[in-house]
Ligand binder design. Sequence first.
Ligand code: AMP
Length: 424
Amino acid sequence: MELPRGMKDFETEELSGIELVRERFVQTARLFAFQLMEPSPIESLSTLEAKSGPAIRKEIYHFRDKGDRDVALRFDFTVGLARYVSSRQSLRLPAKLGSFGGVFRYDEPQKGRYRFFHQWNVEIFGRPGIESEAEIIEFASRLYGSLGLDGVSIHISHRRLAESFIRNSYPHAGQGMQGEVFADSLRLVDKAAKKSLGDLLKEYGHLPGEFVRGLLDFASIRGTPEEVEARIDTGTLDSWDYLVELWDSLQNRSVKNILIDFGVVRGLDYYSGTVFEAFDEKSKFGALAGGGRYDSLMGAFGRPEMGAAGMAGGVERTLLAMGERAADGRGAAPDVFVLYANGQMQRHAARLASQLRARGVPVGIDLAGRQLKKQIESASGARLVIIVGQRELAEGKVVLRNMADGTESQVGIDGLLDDPSGLL
Ligand code: AMP
């Protein structure tokens, strides 16, 4: 009866952490006027291949359904939302959409990397520009702030910066360089911070050593616009001015936890312009979120004019970064129990428990008809217990015991139901 590799059950503590992130996500989405929706969990395989071609098959769950259709489980929300928006001719643009839920990936399982996990996601469709990108980055900054993650910084860059640097610095290749060497060079920038120099020189041995070192040096450039300009002649790089404008827009919005980072290119995915990734200073499990501008994906869905930008964050990784703070008690047992002095009192206790729950008071009750002593033992972690006994009940009362100090008092049932706030 073992689970398939990479799958797990979500136990109470983790699930309540996920609910906490969902709640803050929904609140923040409302503040920023994102409309929530959920794209289908199953797509046609061909739709998901619009992202990066058939190579994506290695990374996703796909199968043939009983009607012989090639289908796949969603691996993010971006593709589903982009498909949805591109098929809606009448949608008012710009459209700001958000989603929260589970996604599937055929990743190699390890801590912080699973085959089913949760993501939050926001997207802006319809001619996004600097202000849309700034809005998405500001959203992420506020979301992490609302979760108490003050050590998160959002690293921003632009794909064309790295692309122009690669073209300018590859010997003899000049402006026209494309193809495998170009793709490998982008991959190298992506991996620069994740692997050692020795490993990278070996892995990219087919590229000139000086070029590899130059790229790694480029990928290590980070800081404020002034700090970056002190390290490299930005006049030779495409889109530097765009990135500085985005930086200024974020300053204008008082988003302080940002950093220009030339090492961020977001792999070979569908991104076409600005790219960003969120990191927690103390977390060892990679990026918390990533995103950027991806006009080319909209092109693949037949709407090249539309343009889109968005960001997706991993929920389980956020919980790992939050550590203890993720446990806000919502998964805990109720701290009020209704007990019955004997079997005859059980149905009276059950009625009282039901009336209290109807008034919004979370209460526990023993369902097995056990003796009072056993019920008290089970409720030992509670703050208050209410004991329903024959004598008190005849007078319309119950016993209220404070479990911290053992003190008891008799209270009227009607009064308790009229104003149960003392139980909360
Ligand atoms: P991506 O859609 O690949 O840009 O991923 C966005 C975010 O989802 C990442 O920054 C991670 O926080 C999270 N993530 C991606 N893959 C996994 C995985 N296999 N397990 C857990 N979280 C993941």
